[in-house]
Design a binder for this molecule. Structure first.
Ligand SMILES: *Cc1c(COP(=O)(O)O)cnc(C)c1O
Length: 261
């Protein structure tokens, strides 16, 4: 990783993280009250580009769910924190090549970025092998893999996708129910709901409203798939107002990502 030591160590890092995390938790609380909702959405802290030492500090502050978007980086951090006895739920939130499925099912509780049929098959096959591997090694059983279908909320899919340093991606909403049926019929996958990133440079509210409509349509067929993962640092208030159940917050907790400074 290219993270400079100044951004990751020093006695002030704990205080810095705690201050940012507290501010984000307050924003979530305020947004929840403003929306008249009873329960706060779950916070997933996106730790990509930041070291395992930050993940450990966040865990000590009560963070239970983290998100990562690159397999190689996530593998290393999950191994480091597991070695320290830290229990966390790992969410894979990035574009995923089918040949990485085998690796991801070793540490991820949830893959939020399922956007095509081939990936559903690859993840289910990888789970089959992982279950066998664990049994042979005498390791604890692997729970079914939670899956969110990532949807592309752009009105015009020819608009550029890149722009913030990560691919936005997602499946065409027209194919949502077919993809959902495939996940639901897989042996080792559990369909939990939807994930989306608001399109760049526009008001996120209409996009999140559309996501909630799609979620209602999904739940009519799959009542167990009520998760709506939406909302990042810049648009968490809009996501809470729309009804998101999970928020994925990176830079407002960790600080600016090293590559984007
Ligand atoms: C990086 C990332 C986030 C977090 O974004 P921030 O703007 O840093 O809060 C959320 N979702 C996905 C899919 C990401 O890749």
């Amino acid at each position: 990783m290219s993270t400079t030591p100044e951004t990751i160590t020093g006695p002030d890092r704990r205080a810095d993280l705690l201050e940012r995390l507290t501010r984000v938790r307050m924003r979530i609380g305020n947004a929840t009250r403003a929306a008249g909702r009873d329960a706060e959405p779950e916070l997933i802290v996106v730790t990509k580009f930041f070291p395992a030492s930050d993940v450990a500090l966040l865990a000590s502050m009560g963070v239970r769910q983290v998100g990562e978007n690159r397999d190689q980086e996530a593998v290393a951090k999950a191994a480091e924190t597991v070695a320290q006895g830290i229990e966390l739920e790992w969410n894979f939130i990035g574009q995923l090549q089918s040949n990485k499925a085998k690796s991801v099912v070793r540490y991820a509780a949830t893959v939020q970025s399922v956007d095509r049929a081939a990936l559903v098959t690859a993840l289910d096959n990888a789970m089959e092998r992982e279950i066998g591997r664990r049994a042979e090694a005498g390791l604890p059983e692997r729970a079914p893999l939670n899956v969110l279908i990532q949807l592309d909320l752009r009105e015009d899919p020819s608009e550029p996708e890149e722009g913030t340093g990560f691919g936005r991606g997602g499946a065409d909403p027209a194919g949502m129910l077919d993809l959902a049926a495939l996940v639901a019929s897989a042996r080792h996958l559990r369909l939990r709901g939807l994930m989306a990133v608001a399109p760049l440079g526009t008001d996120p509210a209409p996009a999140f409203a559309r996501l909630m409509e799609l979620s209602a349509r999904l739940r009519a067929r799959h009542p167990e798939a009520g998760v709506v993962s939406a909302g990042m640092s810049q648009d968490l208030e809009a996501a809470v107002a729309a009804g998101a159940t999970h928020l994925r917050i990176g830079s407002d907790v960790l600080g600016p990502r090293p590559g984007l400074l």
